[in-house]
Ligand binder design. Structure first.
Ligand code: GLC
Length: 458
């Protein structure tokens, strides 16, 4: 079976969030069970020299309406990943946020469809709105499409004029197709025309059928619910491995979880915290509502009075960053590190006793899995993929602290329970050790995707 796996971002070449990670690690796991060809744009900021990118030689043309667009394919040595270069799509400083994003990713989706035909693949696996239109472009072909929704909050909604540029017939601008409150919604095309729809956890697959989590598409998804399943993500456990991670101050494994303490000591020294007796809580993520940033901000004053250190790493809107910086100046045990740094984030997971993840909603979440792998016990709000991957019950992977209602009160109560757990050193270490041994790899999920691919082509 030959599968083309299309994503607008792919670690290590480009990444803005979890989609980039999954587009890297899921194909790696799928490679064991089928022929999988990842495909992604070759943005101008990707260092061609560093990655050894080379052109495959031909320049292809695509006629759409009155215009002709050119694109070229690239590859890196010893990898199947294909890169698409087209100037409109790729000549940007960042991934997204441009007035012509509709055209950019509409073009990418169209190019993916053309390449799928040329390569005679059996299945195209689409990810999020950026590639969702491919399902419409392939609707009369024998190639099957599956769409994975990583986050329903992003749907690719644009002025309907873009459809003309993409040579999409007016007849698709209806409620059953692309139309969404007078605009064109790319994700709707993917939902309507893909053979299967998946989302990144079973709980989120149920949640998106409700008004609360449906982002205006709950009704439409309910109509197509027979196609919908939830498959929990995993992480790349070779890349995230505390035993071999070069970014860490001291490497450690589940057999020697005590050695983890050296990382905390080193980190506290850097931070200027004298005694390493206090537990370290961390938050890593984009500073957006989805990640529970308002609950965190509201809790900081109370957290400052607790015997703990709290480090937050992430970026977001300027006003949120400013607020966190001010609060971190005010409270000695609260530290806000602006920006994102991969090595630093790994050092934090290795140093931390607890990861706080109070997300308002979370399609899957990867940080709780990384934390488990590095022996930091996750504290999570019971929603979406967090509900499906973190449990209070003994012997269930991952073990952690789970709180039910999305509020400052519940979050603080969960933190206090973590403090009590920390008071029992042995129990706390045992939990960390247990979590480090949980299988958070993509193996199980790859099997589930493979089963789905087989169903689609049967
Ligand atoms: C998005 C979701 C996150 C998920 C990731 C990968 O970033 O917000 O929950 O883990 O995609 O699927």
């Amino acid at each position: 079976m030959k599968v083309l796996f299309a994503s607008s971002e792919m670690y290590p070449y480009s990444k803005s969030g979890g989609l980039g990670d999954v587009a890297h690690s899921l194909p790696l796991a799928l490679r064991e069970v089928c022929e999988i060809i990842p495909i992604t744009p070759l943005y101008r900021f990707i260092d061609r020299k560093k990655f050894g990118l080379h052109s495959l030689g031909s320049v292809y043309t695509l006629k759409m309406g009155s215009k002709t667009y050119c694109y070229e394919l690239f590859q890196v040595k010893e990898s199947d990943t294909l890169f698409v270069y087209n100037d409109i799509l790729c000549e940007t400083e960042a991934l997204y946020g441009y007035d012509n994003d509709g055209l950019r990713f509409g073009l990418f989706s169209r190019m993916v469809a053309e390449i799928a035909k040329k390569m005679q693949v059996d299945i195209v696996h689409l990810n999020d709105w950026h590639t969702a239109l491919t399902a419409l472009f392939l609707k009369s072909e024998s190639i099957k499409t599956v769409l994975t929704i990583h986050n329903l909050a992003y749907q690719g909604v644009f002025n309907r004029k873009v459809l003309k540029k993409l040579a999409i017939d007016k007849k698709y601008f209806t409620m059953e197709n692309l139309e969404f409150y007078g605009k064109a919604n790319f994700l709707k095309a993917g939902i309507a025309y893909s053979e299967k729809i998946t989302t990144v956890s079973p709980s989120y697959a149920k949640e998106i059928l409700t008004v609360r989590f449906g982002c205006g598409l709950d009704g439409f998804l309910t109509k197509h619910r027979r196609k919908l399943t939830g498959i929990l993500n995993g992480i790349d456990t070779v890349c995230f491995d505390p035993e071999h991670d070069r970014a860490l101050y001291a490497n450690f494994s589940a057999d020697h979880v005590g050695k983890k303490a050296a990382n905390k000591k080193a980190y506290y020294k850097n931070l200027g915290v004298k005694s390493s007796k206090k537990p370290l809580f961390i938050f890593i993520g984009r500073l957006v509502e989805q990640k529970g940033i308002s609950v965190i901000a509201a809790s900081l004053k109370d957290l400052s009075a607790e015997p703990l250190e709290f480090v937050m790493l992430g970026e977001g809107e300027a006003k949120t960053e400013k607020k966190l910086s001010e609060l971190s100046d005010k409270y000695g045990n609260i530290h806000y590190l602006k920006g994102y740094d991969e090595a630093l984030s790994r050092q934090l997971y290795a140093a931390a006793d607890f990861l706080l993840m109070p997300s308002l909603f979370e399609p899957c979440g990867l940080n709780q899995m990384i934390a488990a792998r590095y022996g930091a016990v996750p504290i999570v709000h019971a929603t979406g993929g967090l509900k499906d991957s973190v449990f209070e019950e003994k012997k269930k992977c991952i073990r952690g602290i789970v709180f039910e209602s999305y509020s400052k009160k519940s979050c603080l109560h969960a933190v206090r329970r973590a403090l009590a757990l920390y008071g029992n050193k042995k129990a706390c270490l045992k939990m960390a050790e247990f979590d480090m041994q949980c299988d958070v790899s993509f193996r199980k999920s790859a099997k589930a995707y493979m089963k789905l691919y087989k169903e689609m082509t049967a």
